[in-house]
Design a protein around this ligand. Sequence first.
Ligand code: ADP
Ligand code: MG
Length: 262
Amino acid sequence: MTTVQTPETTPAALEVHDVHKWYGAHRVLDGIDLTVRPGEVTVVIGPSGSGKSTLLRVINHLEKPEVGYVSLGGELIGVRRHGERLKELSERAILAQRSRIGFVFQNFNLFPHLTILDNVAAAPVATGKLTKPEAQELARELLTRVGLGDRTGAYPRQLSGGQQQRVAIARALALRPGIILFDEPTSALDPELVGEVLAVIKDLATSGTTLVIVTHEIGFAREVADRIVFIDGGKIVEQGPPAQVLDHPRHERTRDFLSKVL
Ligand code: ADP
Ligand code: MG
């Protein structure tokens, strides 16, 4: 959606290099290479079980790849290259890097015992980035941005799923991450609540935030994506601008998948 004009010398916002991940004998990611430029919106599509969530979890250090590495803003955060052992990152370094990545889950994952204001303010305080009053002021701003400025004292259970997911997005923004990952952010929502969440994500997309979004909302993908990545069987089968991948897919597997979701 944004016109990405960063020169090649600018470090990629995110680089995934030859990532392989197994669960036991089951190969879940089979050599994933992906480069995301600053400000770019990448939408990942693919059948259930194809490895989309695992890819996001590897990027966010929730899973360690057996082979391959991930770098964030030019800084290496992965663990191993083919045939070469990289130094393992300390837990502290992993936490520091994870704080530069926002993650929005399918099921919101808000703290039930905190008001939505404190849900959003919690991380900047816990990481020592802001004082409590500063974090609360930021949380008010961010909740206003996602249309919940008048509900700051509410608890998650008092809100609809769509509202809770908007809080989760505000919470992801509170650490001012360089990139935000979304894992099927609307698939747990009743259909009438999907639009309000997609509108908030679209607002981020148009304001130049770097986003990687796993979704089955193909119409939305067409609107916001700079690039669509189709994954099947742990491999990127094809990628390109929406008009190419969605309207003129090159591979039979992409055509087959699209015929089921469109
Ligand atoms: P997607 O998000 O595309 O639906 P996932 O990344 O969740 O796919 O899963 C890819 C495959 O890896 C699936 O076959 C799933 O069953 C398997 N898998 C995911 N997580 C684990 C795990 N923690 N242990 C074992 N197998 C897993
Ligand atoms: Mg998934």
